[in-house]
Design a protein around this ligand. Sequence first.
Ligand SMILES: [Zn+2]
Ligand SMILES: [Zn+2]
Ligand SMILES: [Zn+2]
Length: 479
Amino acid sequence: METLVKNKFEFHNNVLNFSNKVFYYIESFSSLKIDALGKYDAIILDARDIEFARIILKKFRSHSNIEFYLKPIFLINSKSNEDPLLKELIDGIIVSFDQIPETINDINQINLKTAQLESSTSNSFEIQLFKKVLNFMFTRETNTFTPHTDINSAMGYCYPTVSVNFETFEEVKVLELLEWAEKENLIWPDFFDRVYLCNNCKGGHLSYREICPHCDSANMRSEDLVHHFPCGYIGAISDFKNNVDTVLNCPKCTKNLRHIGVDYDKPSIINHCQNCNEVFQDYLVKAKCTHCKTDSDVQFLLSKNINVYKLTKKGRTAAVGGISASDFTLSDEVFGTVNLKTFATMMHYEQERIKNNTLLNANVVIIYIENIFDLYRKIGKSKERELLAEFVNIVRDNITPADFICINNPSVLSVCINDAPLANAELMVSKISNKLKELVANNFDGFELNILTQTEILSKEQSFDKQLHHLIKDIVEKG
Ligand SMILES: [Zn+2]
Ligand SMILES: [Zn+2]
Ligand SMILES: [Zn+2]
């Protein structure tokens, strides 16, 4: 740090205050933990070590919390590199701390845009993730998803704003998300390229070989086939060669071959397998996946279009207006729950019940699982229903039979707890929250659920819809 002391812009313990902004400087090879950095206005990231910078940047941009994934990040000591993430997901490059004043305008612009974003809970994994991507694009004023060739991507291409949210070797999920967004009319495709992926693991690191159709060996030699017109003999060119000179002699009639096209021709190529000794004209082409080792005929590879996508009008307005999609229907299928409409009706009657009797009361509980979609991203969306059913079982075990549960969407459960003092209800909820975390941690490799809960006495004055709306809004914005 000695050289930095001479500068006007000096970081103390990696922190610098300038123009009402607090900057945090992440040095190369420092801690990979970013949890404590949410509170800073901007990050100056040392890119001396490209791999380190890439990991840190990925941690920020893949985070589920807006405080992290929209954080203004500037690189310093950046060598020229071709890494698409380091190019597209940063907010600028500075050559020295003296250029910090030049970042202020960008930071203000991002903050201004961030304040306009709509925030609500999402009905699905796709909506949650795509909304996040749209938020980033809106605050960075871009409209286009451009594919970049990427050596770190299992399919050879990445779309940085989307790909950053997926693990290596899961990039094909990026294409699936984009296909979903296209179906929802959020983006519009323009053909750019095509890739071929392993039909087993969907990886794109494939090794192509020409192989023998009899024994699958790639150990084969090809040579010209020669047709001698005068005698009609057809054979491999090696049959016409001798060890003494370059003259070709016909093995059948022993004449010298003179001019191609006049007395002989090379009608095609013949292949000779060095492994099984077979001779054949057409070889097969197989592609071996370097990831899962599946070796398949190229005709059976999975082909996917790589498109340049542009946001449609619907897509451009979705960052501030939200993504409207069909209602969440899974709640009807999970035993022991009611859907939102029924829940609202029941709560209305509940209000009527408690209005005229001061001995009765009811509590509304919101259980918000902030990072549930991160879990689905890990374990697959197909587990959603099963897991929600488990969650409902846990809730059910810790409330009384007269209470009822609603799955608002995969990240929000609402519960009505009847005739219990608020403090008791809160205790029940904290127990539920702990058990949910325990269930997930035990079954999914220590995954930590972030659960926020809010318990309130059911209002006797306000309509239930309003109370629920405020409760969810508060809790989501707190997260
Ligand atoms: Zn594979
Ligand atoms: Zn062979
Ligand atoms: Zn001949």
